[in-house]
Design a protein. Sequence first.
Length: 280
Amino acid sequence: MTELQDKDLIGAVFGVAVIALAYFFAGDKYFPLFLGLGVLISILPIILHMIKDNKINNEKENMFLEFARNLVESVKTGTPISKSIINMTGKDYGALTPHIDKLGNQISLGVPLNIALTYFARDVQNRSISRSLTLIGQAERAGGDIGQILEAVAGAVNMADKLKKERKAAISTLVSQGYIIFLVFIVIILVLQFRILPMVSGISDVGGSLGFGGAGVNPSVDQREISNAFLYLILTQGFFTGLTIGKLAENDIKAGVKHSFALMFLSFIASTIANIILGG
């Protein structure tokens, strides 16, 4: 679970400062743009923190597979599992290294293996690793063929990792299509905002001058209100599209936060540039 740190709140402070300054100095015309910019600045450190945590979590899973393989090889030579774990302390297992070192130190100090594995699972905070450690602890307590069980656990972890990579590769095309479809959606919204609505508004004006009911468009609606409404529309669409992409690609809706941020940032930039160039 992602825990926010003090440095992650720096972006929020800057974002609030941007919004506050825009509220007093930017005026009604440009305030919505600075509001969106302030929100993006506020959540950027949090998004980067979540991306970093996700990367570390994936590294832990990969390194646990390597750890399980080494443990299987050591136990098969006749070395007890506790001694095998102690022998692995000091080796490089990436993000998992401090946890393995702590596990080995606890066992060397006389902490029972089951309790040490429980602490290990709690510190790692990874569901797949926790399930594997629970199985190893129960097998050791039951007194079965620990080598065979460890090999089965390593095989299961390896298969899960392989399926995860195959799924990610198969979904990558769908992720690209999701981004392309969203870009098309932005283009359609901008065409509707800057081409279709002004045209319909003009027809409404002509109809009103001839005594007809018009096209149902109120010509007195402020263009800035329309612009803001479309901006909020594409930002909302980008947020939920990103969550959907994350769920499809990595089977984790939290992984979609980075996609949501990317699409919302893209929406904000596209809307801002379009309003500057086409908004008059």
